[in-house]
Design a protein around this ligand. Structure first.
Ligand SMILES: [Ca+2]
Length: 483
């Protein structure tokens, strides 16, 4: 009897320990998905991650209702590259995208690449992109050609305009840049001429997002809300002007927090909260040389435009009450490139036939939190330089010229301080679990780890190439281009 009982118990435990996606209930196979992508928001800019200068109560509450990641990396610490990776599930250099595209760019994310929106169209989702695009502003690269039914926002960054840091008309090279256009679908909806007008962007995006949710409450939808802020120049709407008494950056964080709260309240009001998956993250770390107009990397080294953790480690929260247990903190390594395969896994859409770099973390969201999501990560920057590789907590940084903010006085009130681009960083091995700020080299103590990481780097170079060692790589695809 005891033998039969223990046999039944072991069968039951095998069944219960299986977190494979087929255990998702039918109604959770088509959740609404809201992907909120911030611009230049640092790891240390949320109060749930330890922010000191302001609080973000609505975002903290979202984290408390879902899962907060503390070891989540953007695929590359710069605007266009990170967005290409987010929407395709690939390292940006695999899909030929690097850096930040300027207005009139002749290249963009190839229309041949399959985006999250295009995947979800296969399951009849309604899709909308609201906010900053930045994957090429030529009509053939814009959101309506990448799986989105509608678009409202800026084609690129909010500092790509002929206006000086203090809001006066530009007198330098920027005066040749066109006036910043706010686009509705394919056409110019309004021109943004002043900082005061930029101050309405967060509010305008939020209103569009809310209205999209309201009009699609009866069918599954995918909303990609890519805020332009807190990328400089920062500005707020009238309501948030001097709202906190702690300066413009704190006022802006209050408005961003209000925006997230508005989305959450809308879902609650429409009864959609339980089966909507909200993903909140950022494209890269803070642009530190902007001083009081920049965010915080929360103690991680350097910031945007570098392969140190201050550039790559970004806030990440996923809330989906129907599936994810509340209040979980996840310190497993994960990346924005894992979002597309996770969404494909949930919605049972076949992955694109081209090679992909992301890994589904659905089992993890379902509670299998002790199993690693991914163990490896490649830190590429510039055109195609492999500046560092990662295995678990180990990070090998290769000798490379790079941007540094360290030991340079930051700017103030919209004016940048110095951030030299060619600082000679030496090779170093860091143990991120003992030394999260990458401050001491442990190469000599861990020759076996060095060997493993060097092998990992060589494998990556053969696939994706590396400008630092002159390896071309054979796994890269071309960006889209126009004449
Ligand atoms: Ca950015």
């Amino acid at each position: 009897m005891l033998i039969i009982f223990s046999f039944l118990l072991s069968v039951l435990s095998i069944f219960l320990s299986d977190n494979s996606p087929f255990l998702l209930a039918k109604n959770t196979q088509k959740p609404n998905i809201i992907l909120i992508y911030m611009d230049d928001l640092g790891f240390g800019d949320l109060s749930c991650n330890g922010a000191l200068g302001h609080t973000t109560p609505a975002i903290d509450k979202l984290a408390a209702k879902g899962m907060r990641f503390t070891n989540f990396l953007t695929a590359q610490a710069v605007c266009s590259a990170s967005r290409a990776a987010l929407l395709t599930g690939c390292y940006p250099n695999r899909v030929g995208v690097s850096g930040a595209y300027f207005p009139g760019s002749k290249v963009g994310l190839s229309p041949e690449e399959v985006t999250i929106a295009e995947l979800l169209k296969q399951r009849n989702y309604k899709t909308s992109a609201v906010g900053k695009w930045h994957l090429g502003d030529h009509p053939s690269f814009m959101p309506l050609n990448q799986g989105f039914d509608s678009f409202f926002g800026l084609p690129y960054s909010n500092d790509m305009w002929p206006v000086h840091y203090d809001g006066s008309p530009s007198t330098d090279w920027k005066k040749s840049i066109p006036t910043l256009p706010l686009i509705l679908n394919k056409d110019t909806f309004a021109l943004i001429n002043t900082l005061q007008e930029q101050g309405n962007l967060t509010k305008q995006y939020t209103e569009r997002a809310v209205s999209f949710i309201e009009s699609n409450k009866k069918e599954p939808f995918f909303l990609y809300l890519a805020h332009s802020m807190p990328h400089v120049p920062i500005a707020v709407s009238n309501r948030f002007n001097n709202y906190t008494g702690k300066g413009l950056f704190a006022d802006l964080m209050a408005e961003i927090d209000w925006s997230i709260d508005s989305i959450v309240q809308t879902l609650d009001r429409l009864g959609l909260s339980k089966n909507t998956m909200i993903i909140f993250t950022s494209d890269n770390g803070p642009w530190l040389n902007y001083g009081n107009h920049a965010g915080s990397a929360g103690g991680f080294r350097e910031g945007k435009g570098t392969t140190f953790e201050g550039g790559h480690r970004v806030p990440a929260i996923i809330c989906w009450p129907e599936v994810i247990p509340a209040g979980i903190v996840c310190n497993q390594l994960a990346s924005s490139i894992d979002i597309l395969p996770t969404i494909a896994d949930i919605t049972k859409v076949p992955l694109p036939s081209t090679s992909l770099d992301g890994i589904s973390f659905l089992p993890f969201l379902q509670g299998n939190i002790n199993h690693p999501i991914r163990r490896e990560f490649l830190y590429y920057y510039r055109k195609n330089s492999l500046e560092a590789v990662r295995y678990d907590q180990w990070k090998l940084v290769f000798k490379h010229p790079g941007r540094t903010y360290t030991k340079h006085l930051p700017g103030k009130d919209g004016f940048p301080g110095a951030s030299p681009e060619d600082f000679p960083f030496p090779e170093a091995l860091y143990n991120l679990s003992r030394d999260p700020s990458e401050s001491y080299d442990v190469q000599e103590a861990h020759p076996e780890i060095m060997e493993k990481l060097v092998q990992q780097a060589n494998k990556a170079r053969a696939d994706l190439g590396d400008d630092l060692t002159g390896v071309k790589g054979n796994g890269r695809r071309a960006a889209g281009s126009v004449n």
